[in-house]
Design a binder for this molecule. Structure first.
Ligand SMILES: Nc1nc2c(ncn2[C@@H]2O[C@H](COP(=O)(O)OP(=O)(O)O)[C@@H](O)[C@H]2O)c(=O)[nH]1
Ligand SMILES: [Mg+2]
Length: 330
């Protein structure tokens, strides 16, 4: 019996009307899946960018209300895999799809529905074992009402949807409505995660992802695929013993703000890529470090000293050993 089914049984026993279960977001790369997940959870769980392969994990975000717990799994986009990593990602997506209570199929309001979307519709029908599919028209802030209406019609012709919801994660429109709709498709059951949890991603992974997000900004072509990041150490610094104040002893001693040393190694696949990521005299890498540090400080709630190390791991996307090291197990 699946975790969700067990929870459903437990819910029946105590006669509550609480619902709990899993939804996943699928759709072309750039459809706005990760941004939507973050908006629904109200916290940055998944990194986002306009680059391909930004999402490489099945990132889980958790929405907890008094009447329901919705766990949303953001999956990498499906692509024709050309590397071992690509294959692993596609396998991961299929595994997630086959084990959810409801599928959210995302299509941007401002892009024509095309063969890619039809292929995904077919894949869902094949892999999702009859789970209801909710059509989600994303980025509605980018279109006029007329265009949106036309997109809703076009989407309804794509497959047999249980519901269709237009939403804008950026403008915060209809986000709660979408949560309500997805919850109606969950089985009854009690909570699967503790109250305050917003994700089950380990801290190391979240930090590595923030570094990768910062590094993705501004790089082009094949480079986004070749970037990876790994946290090697998170070390809270021992507060320094303050010297005894001399003379006027009434001066209160100021406690230094807590500081954490975070060590991250970034990988590229070729020396030429290392030069690009470093930039002139290392200027690009320092900019990446600054941007990532601010986000990591927010996540950890302390000041952060970010130690960024950049190294070449030749063709890591095709190397099973390297993939394992980076957390992409087969
Ligand atoms: N205007 C607008 N842009 C959005 C919205 N949602 C996502 N985006 C942008 O679309 C791009 C892709 O978003 P992302 O969530 O990474 O897409 P994913 O590949 O499907 O996960 C990013 O540049 C986002 O900022 C939205 O509601 N409105
Ligand atoms: Mg994504």
């Amino acid at each position: 019996m699946s975790e969700a089914a067990k929870a459903a049984e437990a819910g029946k026993e105590d006669g509550s009307h609480h619902r709990a279960g899993f939804a996943c977001f699928v759709g072309r790369p750039n459809a706005g899946k990760s941004t939507l997940l973050n908006a629904m959870v109200g916290e940055k769980i998944a990194i986002t960018s306009d680059k391909p392969q930004t999402t490489r994990r099945a990132v889980r975000g958790i929405v907890t209300r008094s009447d329901a717990q919705l766990i949303i799994v953001d999956t990498p986009g499906m692509h024709r895999p050309r590397t071992l990593l690509g294959q692993r990602l596609d396998d991961l997506v299929r595994t997630v799809w086959s084990d959810v209570d409801v599928v959210g199929f995302c299509i941007p309001a401002d892009e024509k529905i095309g063969p890619g979307d039809r292929r995904i519709a077919g894949e869902i029908a094949e892999q999702a074992h009859g789970a209801p599919v909710v059509g989600i028209v994303t980025k509605t802030d980018r279109t006029s009402r007329g265009q949106l209406a036309a997109q809703l019609v076009a989407m309804s012709e794509l497959t047999d949807f249980a519901d269709i919801v237009p939403v804008s994660a950026v403008a915060g429109e209809q986000v709660d409505v979408l949560t309500d709709v997805l919850i109606t498709h969950l089985p009854s059951g009690s909570r699967l995660y503790p109250n305050a949890e917003t994700t089950d991603e380990p801290l190391e992974t979240r930090i590595a992802e923030l570094v990768r997000e910062a590094a993705l900004d501004g790089v082009r072509e094949e480079l986004p695929h070749s970037l990876a990041a790994l946290v090697t150490e998170i070390a809270p610094r021992e507060p320094q013993a303050q010297p005894e104040p001399q003379g006027r002893a009434a001066q209160p001693t100021r406690q230094p703000a807590p500081l954490t040393d975070v060590y991250v190694t970034m990988f590229v696949e070729r020396p030429s890529q290392k030069a690009i990521v470093l930039g002139h005299k290392g200027s690009r890498l320092s900019a990446v470090g600054r941007r990532a540090r601010l986000q990591i400080e927010e996540l950890l709630g302390t000041r952060v000293y970010l130690h960024l190390h950049l190294t070449v791991a030749k063709d890591w996307q095709r190397d099973p050993k390297q993939l394992r090291k980076l957390g992409f197990d087969g």
